[in-house]
Design a protein around this ligand. Structure first.
Ligand code: ATP
Ligand code: MG
Length: 268
């Protein structure tokens, strides 16, 4: 399973937009994808037009009452794409987690009992806050993508975020396999954007994804038209950049071993 959490302490950097668009693209390319909306705002759910089924147990139920995530998964308009939607009780999830044993690991545990795991990719969207839901989002994935805007405040807030990640790593002995800073809303014609990109390259070189997503109004037009941007405007800058990011992710992620074949089949 390739699991990615999209997180930044700074709000509005494109976490949901990128999580949703990249997940959709992976599904279009034939991969089975599970998206998890951990943000009570529910924007990921809305962008996928996920309609939580009133008769289905919510994520809250699956984490707090009975750890069976499968029950909270709903289909989307793409056959390869499934969703654990945000529901109203997300608002109370953090408080409910407080009285649980090992509350930071609930989502990871719930995912790991799904054997064999039916998805190639898991994409998790979480809000820009620090609480038990955030830890669940972080610990359920071995890869973190940090969408960052090309402005000074975004750049400065990375320092705080990396201190937090280091402390988390020490306190919980949790190591991310990969952390990628993904520059979003880049406009190469703006000198300040270019300067900020250079600063990121200089100080965060090993984390900076070599591809970026440029600013494109097609993102908001696609939302208005209730379509993924790659379907709404397949030739747009947005679609082209997202494809490059997917290509990059497929390159850096080790191929998921097929459940039918032993992992070491190429050893000799
Ligand atoms: N590359 C881009 N070009 C133009 N607009 C973009 C781009 N990426 C995101 N946006 C727009 O920026 C706004 C914020 O994006 P989004 O909601 O994905 O951020 P977020 O980090 O999830 O916010 P929050 O912290 O509230 O969860 C949205 O209106 C989205 O359409
Ligand atoms: Mg969001």
């Amino acid at each position: 399973m390739n699991a990615i959490t999209f997180f930044n302490l700074k709000g509005g950097t494109g976490k949901t937009t990128l999580c949703s668009s990249l997940g959709w693209l992976l599904a279009e390319e034939g991969h089975s994808v599970l998206m998890i909306d951990l943000d009570p705002q529910g924007h990921l759910t809305q962008s996928l037009q996920g309609r939580p089924d009133a008769g289905k147990p919510s994520l809250y139920y699956s984490l707090i009452q009975e750890p069976t995530l499968v029950k909270s998964i709903i289909p989307t308009t793409h056959p390869n794409l499934s969703l654990i939607p945000a529901t109203e009780d997300h608002l109370y999830l953090n408080t409910a987690l407080m009285s649980q044993p090992w509350p930071e690991w609930k989502l990871k545990d719930a995912l790991s009992v799904m054997v064999p795991f039916p998805y190639d990719w898991v994409m998790i969207d979480v809000g820009a806050s620090l609480n038990l839901i955030t830890f669940n989002a972080l610990f359920a994935a071995k890869t973190l993508i940090i969408p960052v805007l090309p402005d000074v405040f975004s750049y400065l807030s990375l320092k705080t975020l990396f201190s937090f990640l280091e402390k988390t790593n020490r306190d919980f002995r949790y190591d991310f396999k990969m952390i990628w800073i993904l520059m979003n809303k880049l406009n190469n014609h703006r000198p300040s954007d270019r300067e900020n990109r250079e600063a990121l390259k200089k100080y965060y070189q090993k984390f900076l994804m070599p591809v970026a997503v440029r600013e494109d109004p097609k993102f908001s037009e696609a939302i208005k038209n209730q379509l993924p941007v790659t379907t709404f405007a397949p030739q747009s800058i947005a679609a082209r950049d997202l494809k490059k990011v997917v290509h990059f992710l497929k390159k850096v992620f080790p191929p998921t071993p097929s459940p039918d074949k032993p992992e070491f089949e190429n050893a000799n």
